[in-house]
Design a protein around this ligand. Structure first.
Ligand SMILES: O=C(O)CCC(=O)c1ccccc1C(=O)O
Ligand SMILES: [Mg+2]
Length: 375
């Protein structure tokens, strides 16, 4: 399949979350992001979504750095030559250091385009097999423990397969103890978003008694070595999120014993090709993976669903229903969760229609980039 991209549209969207989402590093209320539409010489559109946030709290990338990278470096690389397979694009992007979320947004659009041109669903183009995927929900830090318990009650009733509670110093052992008292059997995990250091070992050890599925990213966002020191001191498996930015990070983490589980985020690691590669490595090592979330709108959510169909995604991900985040998502149908499961769509590409009217409503500005045609 030979793809010639004729033009690419970058749109800057703003969407209000239904409820503020608080992590150890800050609170999200308005989600700003870039939507990428890549249109080929047959007039077929492929869609990608950048997961970079407005501010560099989770990682150094932002909406503006992504726009800059896309406009000045990545889009020109996509136009430079025809693309026979999306993996070629991810190889081309290797000339640019880091900026993984920007790369993943454009690579994701090309994967969608590629699958549409082949007439197959994206999940099949990626080598996935699952027809439905299991999902959990990520719950931000709340004003009170009672509030948190009410929220968990609601998600348990809705059938979500596991609860992920955000923690930070002062909102950790006591909170998890209370959650466990009220919900002794619920599959439960905690995400610290790097709020601790090795000086907090005793505090982290105190979480061992609650039978958590895992503790996500307790230590620094760029660390592998301290996590390798921490893991043998804990019974609870460590899952790395922020620290895994590439195949090589995953390889080193497994070698050092920094974690026993990996949270896969397509944006953080630079795209679907790299995600497949890390997935295969983890499968060979018997290390389970699951798909993390970045409060995505529908396009990013659809990509997450597609990658989760690979066989070693054996733990429920963070890909909750569209209606969990948004009054109105940008895809039709919206992502629905029934009994903690999402049915993987069968239509070509990402499998959901992009709702152009909604996209229009949320778009603040847009810019079109055209391939310069040979004279
Ligand atoms: O529901 C979601 O999309 C996952 C939410 C989540 O946990 C999260 C949201 C924003 C930034 C980082 C994280 C994280 O997984 O650490
Ligand atoms: Mg996380």
């Amino acid at each position: 399949m030979r793809l010639e991209i004729d033009y690419i549209i970058l749109r800057y969207l703003q969407m209000e979350l239904k409820a503020p989402f608080t992590t150890s590093f800050g609170t999200f209320q308005t989600k700003e992001f870039i939507l990428v539409e890549a249109v080929d010489s047959n007039g077929v559109s492929g869609w990608g979504e950048s997961v970079a946030f407005s501010a560099p709290w989770y990682s150094e990338e932002t909406v503006k750095t992504n726009w800059h990278m896309l406009e000045d470096f990545l889009i020109p690389l996509a136009f430079a030559e025809p693309i026979d397979h999306p993996s070629e694009l991810s190889k081309r992007f290797g000339a640019i250091r880091q900026n993984h979320m920007a790369k993943a947004a454009l690579e994701g659009a090309v994967w969608d385009l590629y699958a549409k041109r082949l007439g197959v669903p994206l999940y099949q183009a990626l080598g996935g097999t699952k027809r439905e995927i299991e999902v959990g929900v990520s719950i931000g830090i709340q004003p009170t423990v009672d509030e948190l318990l009410r929220i968990i009650e609601r998600y348990v009733t809705q059938g979500y397969r596991r609860m992920k509670v955000k923690i930070k110093p002062g909102w950790d052992v006591g909170v998890i103890r209370e959650v466990r008292r009220v919900f002794p059997d619920v599959p439960l995990m905690a995400d610290a978003n790097s709020a601790y250091t090795l000086a907090d070992v005793e505090r982290l050890k105190a979480l061992d008694e609650f039978g958590l599925m895992m503790i996500e990213q307790p230590l620094a966002a760029d660390d592998l070595v301290d996590h390798a020191q921490l893991q043998p001191l804990l019974k609870t498996p460590i899952c790395l999120d922020e620290s895994i930015r590439s195949f090589d990070d995953a390889r080193k983490a497994l070698h050092l014993g920094s974690c026993r589980i990996i949270n896969m985020k397509i944006g953080r690691i630079g795209g679907l090709q790299e995600a497949k590669h890390i997935h295969d490595l983890c499968r060979e090592h018997g290390v389970p993976v699951w798909c993390g979330g970045m409060l995505e709108a529908g396009v990013g959510r659809a990509h997450n669903i597609a990658i989760t169909t690979l066989e070693n995604f054996t733990l429920p991900g963070d890909t909750a229903a569209s209606s969990h985040y948004w009054e109105r998502d940008i895809i039709v149908p919206e992502v629905e969760v029934h009994n903690g499961l999402i049915r993987v769509p069968d239509a070509p590409g990402i499998g959901y229609e992009v709702d152009r009217r909604q996209v229009e409503r949320y778009t603040q500005f847009a810019k079109v980039y055209r391939r310069s045609l040979p004279a």
